[in-house]
Design a protein around this ligand. Structure first.
Ligand code: ZN
Length: 565
């Protein structure tokens, strides 16, 4: 069914409440695993339908925020979603307490019960006022960033519209634009400090009220970190520091040589080639045609997937007035279909949408066909990103179709970006551990900590001429630190796995595609560690997990002549 034909109707809360409660009462008293299973799946459909309505509204509202109907419906969901969540919470509690839980694993994946257990540990109705305060502060942070009016060379920009100037071929323009942007952060330093300080204190209070030693411990439950703990994560960060930071340093030095500068200045980082970063050719429509050809050539499954996406119009890619910023991939449970939302802008990011977001969509399309429990169709965050980041690498052989004779330049930039991202990603994670371990730190202590860690993980950063960065304020820009605490190491864990798929593709390992298919079809039925093992990848926490990958990355950069691509 085409996305535009999917019918939206606001659920009648009182009716849903009566039905959900009746089913939960029966589930609680279920006397056999068969009875439990049958009622559980009735609830699964009911939940899926509510989710479908909420998603249809969310997507249509984000495509056109000026549409009065969906604007009003969005308000309904903002108000009612927590009320529906109360039933989900009771469902978790019944499932966790079920006396024949292990007998149910044949129908309901074990990960479902693990997630239910963890969800219960981090929720208490008593905490709702604190959660509400936290939400208000997060909204204040995003409103503050959205309010930016940056004057530069006679024009007014916001934080999104000034971003492309970081790739301007004129160095003075890059510096001027970056300084203008940083002036906004410097001007609002006290606001960012106050918002973050309050967030840290509120989150610490939530954790202590639930009986945790602090917010870090609570977050390992919030983020569904199954089978690994903070010590393993800390060891993993030191592997990145030891193996990847030197590699990133080498790439930054080569970047400086290409740019003809002594160092890569704070305004040069996004600029890989002095005559410009690779840009996709043609219109978005042509790129969609390219993507369709690529997925047909990649495999039978991806061919069927892309036809399904096109036929059912399951994306909205063009940037237009009234549309929200950013990009995402979501799912519509009643139809078992994914949906991709993007804002194309003529940069290589447009191709990333057709590989990264399509990788998410392909994973959902594959897993939802065989997993009936909707909560287990998507895996946890760190696992979900493996499917998307690996698809970016799976698409490498087709990049000529998107970038013409600049395809090698794209591949170089893509891989260099992946390598340089890893030290930054673990820095963000390390910083958050320190912050929540020391909830009484002053804002200056936090900034000192950030700068110190930055010098450790990214010693090649040159902040000469940018006092606000020297002071340790780079992270004001990193929304996750404010909005989604501790959600960041996930991207790096996934990248380490995706790089393993990349290395296997480079080595023409014929089993690599099959393992990628296993990853997608398992969805959320396994924990991160088990999932990684199931597709013959090394677990990022193990010693030597990166050895074969770093060797091949070095080989790649040794063999490319970056002067001619
Ligand atoms: Zn993603």
């Amino acid at each position: 069914m085409k996305f535009s034909e999917m019918r939206y109707e606001r659920p009648d809360y009182e009716k849903v409440k009566a039905e959900y409660t009746r089913l939960l009462d029966r589930l609680e008293k279920a006397a056999s695993r068969e009875e439990f299973r049958d009622i559980f799946f009735k609830i699964n459909s009911l939940k899926g339908h509510i989710e479908t309505m909420s998603t249809l509204c969310f997507v249509r509202h984000s495509i056109d925020t000026r549409d009065a109907f969906y604007d009003a419906e969005q308000e309904y969901w903002d108000e009612y979603r927590p009320m529906y969540a109360v039933f989900d919470n009771r469902l978790s509690s019944i499932c966790v307490g079920c006396p024949f839980r292990e007998e149910l694993y044949a129908f309901i994946p074990k990960t479902y019960f693990l997630m239910a257990e963890y969800s219960l540990k981090v929720f208490s109705e008593e905490l709702i006022p604190l959660f509400q305060q936290e939400n208000r502060l997060v909204t204040e942070y995003s409103n503050l960033k959205a309010s930016a009016q940056i004057e530069f060379e006679g024009k007014t920009y916001n934080l999104a519209s000034i971003a492309p100037l970081a790739e301007d071929t004129d160095r003075a323009t890059r510096k001027g634009a970056m300084d203008a942007k940083l002036a906004f952060y410097a001007e609002h330093e006290a606001d960012f400090d106050r918002i973050y300080d309050s967030l840290v204190r509120i989150r610490d209070e939530e954790a202590r009220k639930l009986g945790f030693s602090g917010y870090t411990q609570m977050s390992y439950y919030r983020m569904f970190r199954f089978g690994y703990d903070r010590d393993m994560v800390s060891k993993y960060r030191s592997i990145i520091l030891e193996k990847i930071t030197p590699l990133a340093r080498r790439l930054v030095e080569e970047q400086a040589r290409r740019l003809g500068t002594e160092t890569v200045g704070y305004f040069d980082s996004a600029m890989e080639f002095p005559d410009g970063n690779p840009k996709p050719q043609g219109t978005m429509e042509q790129q969609v045609r390219n993507a369709r050809k690529m997925y047909h050539e990649m495999s039978r499954q991806t061919g069927e997937f892309i036809d399904m996406m096109v036929e059912n119009e399951l994306w909205d890619l063009e940037s237009k007035d009234g549309k929200q910023m950013g990009g995402y991939c979501t799912s519509i449970p009643d139809y078992g279909m994914p949906f991709i939302f993007a804002n194309s802008n003529g940069t290589s990011g447009d191709v990333d949408t057709l590989t990264h977001e399509a990788g998410h969509a392909f994973q959902y399309y594959t897993s939802s066909k065989r997993i009936p429990v909707s909560d287990c169709q998507w895996p946890t965050m760190e696992s979900a990103e493996i499917a998307s980041m690996s698809m970016e690498f799976n698409a490498w052989p087709w990049m000529e179709g998107f970038f013409g004779d600049k395809a090698d330049r794209y591949r170089y930039t893509h891989l260099a970006g992946a390598v340089k991202f890893l030290p930054y990603g673990v820095l963000v994670d390390h910083f958050q551990h320190e912050v929540y371990d020391h909830p009484n730190w002053t804002p200056s202590q936090r900034k000192e900590c950030w700068r110190e860690l930055e010098k450790m993980y990214q010693p090649y950063k040159d902040y000469t001429g940018a006092p606000i960065l020297e002071k340790g304020c780079w992270w004001y820009q990193q929304g996750h630190i404010f909005e989604n605490p501790f959600y960041y190491i996930d991207y790096t864990l996934a990248q380490v796995c995706a790089l393993q798929f990349w290395a296997r593709n480079q080595a023409k390992d014929e089993k690599a595609w099959n393992d990628y298919m296993i990853l997608c079809s398992l969805g959320g039925t396994k924990t991160f560690i088990d999932l990684v093992k199931s597709c013959s990848l090394k677990v990022p926490f193990e010693d030597g997990c990166l050895d074969s990958v770093t060797e091949r990355i070095e080989e790649f950069f040794d063999s490319v002549d970056d002067r001619t691509i």
